[in-house]
Design a protein. Structure first.
Lengths: 229, 229
DNA sequence: CAGTGGATTTCACTTATTGAAACTCTCTTT
DNA sequence: AAAGAGAGTTTCAATAAGTGAAATCCACTG
């Protein structure tokens, strides 16, 4: 019984994810998405509805419920890493004018933007907190999955997203990488030298992130991987 | 079978709510909170863990997972905030006769009106959804950028727009301000006392926005700012 | 070192979940 | 206008799946 899992719950969570991912889904679409029979999907969605995790609008379409928003906001509030990273993101934007992100590995071989700060250029990269990003062929993925990069940062030009160059550095307190700090720039605007300049900035901020601005008295969140070491 | 509900799923969701509400819980605490046997709680938490809804830190303590943050952010972004706010805006207009707005922070020091409801007075403030508003020297800006205001709301008379008084309150589930609810009144029509009256109304609606009916099974976490006055 | 409390596993019991099928509605097509 | 297609909903018998008490292990603590 190594893999204890509750099928019912898993299915319900898949449905919840489908509804939240799509923004709105009909019963039939949700059932298809989760690969369930209509009756099962209906029952599970009703349970989710009864607990406020989804709601039905006037047309009967399923939408994310306020409970999701509520829990998400609470979870964000408890994320100490986010608040620690905010000043760093702000500095990066100030120094580069480009959008800056904090991301962490998610559970399914992807990453998630946990915090962001938009750049100041009229043409800038734009994304959102909560967005999933692949780890393959991305700068963020390289620093999250690989070892410490040479020079302290990774540059990926036109990786998964066309026309943008991403510069990422690992946040690795005690040698374990728990997050990535990155700056994303429209490729036409950046030279190799410029990428290097930004790289050093990102690497410096990433290194300082959990070293603590004060005298190391700052509580270190060592819990982001979920993988006991 | 009018009330079709899935006990397993309900229990799992209660556990999820408990973990998110507390920020971190041990297995035993979670089981107690959800009134479950340890073995059942363990099984359900494992399922939640496997899907990224909770995670265990190095000490083995359960914490909200990234999936929660992700879905919450998606839900927020997907204009569900707007539909959640619509009834509140309507009530505000009904009670005050003045125009009411929902706004969120946009980028570089601005905000955007996400939803609005025009007042009923012949002379009223008029704006439009999608309009950008500065965050400096505005009531909306004060609640979006500053901490929780004393009394739960902010009044700004003749700020950026001449001749109008704005009353705003933060929507802050879990202590994180994600939006502002505001009422804008022609200044000639409002007294200090009137502004206070409207202020309490706005603050109450803002606080209730994401506190919502929820499950009823989960106690309201103590870190929700802006308690209903 | 005995004792307490948490985490984990096992297992027999049976409860609660399942999905095909039937039925109703509402559009769309012919 | 009748026939058809597809969504939402309900029913119900089969049984797969969840349950929790008890046993085990482990880390502390008095």
């Amino acid at each position: 019984m190594a893999e204890s899992s509750t099928r019912t719950v898993e299915r319900a969570l898949v449905l919840l994810g489908a509804v939240c991912g799509a923004g709105s889904l009909t019963l039939a679409d949700a059932a298809r998405e989760a690969d369930l029979s209509a009756s099962t999907a209906l029952r599970l969605l009703r349970t989710l509805e009864g607990t406020g995790f989804v709601r039905r609008d006037t047309a009967g379409v399923y939408r994310p419920g306020l409970r999701v928003v509520q829990l998400g906001a609470q979870a964000l509030g408890h994320e100490s890493l986010v608040s620690l990273a905010e000043p760093a993101l702000e500095r990066l934007v100030e120094l580069t004018g480009e959008s800056a992100y904090l991301s962490v590995p998610s559970h399914d071989g992807e990453g998630v933007y946990l915090a962001m700060r938009e750049g100041t250029h009229p043409v800038r990269h734009a994304s959102w907190v909560g967005r999933s990003i692949p780890l393959a062929h991305t700068a963020v993925g390289a620093v999250l999955t690989g070892g410490p990069p040479d020079g302290g940062f990774v540059v990926v030009r036109d990786g998964v997203e066309a026309d943008v160059t991403a510069v990422a550095a690992p946040v690795s307190p005690g040698g374990r990488t728990v997050a990535a700090l990155s700056v994303v720039v429209p490729s036409y605007r950046i030279t190799e030298a410029g990428a290097h300049r930004i790289g050093s900035l990102v690497a410096r901020e990433a290194a300082a992130l959990l070293a603590g601005p004060a005298t190391g008295a700052v509580p270190v969140p060592e819990d982001l991987t979920g993988e006991p070491a």
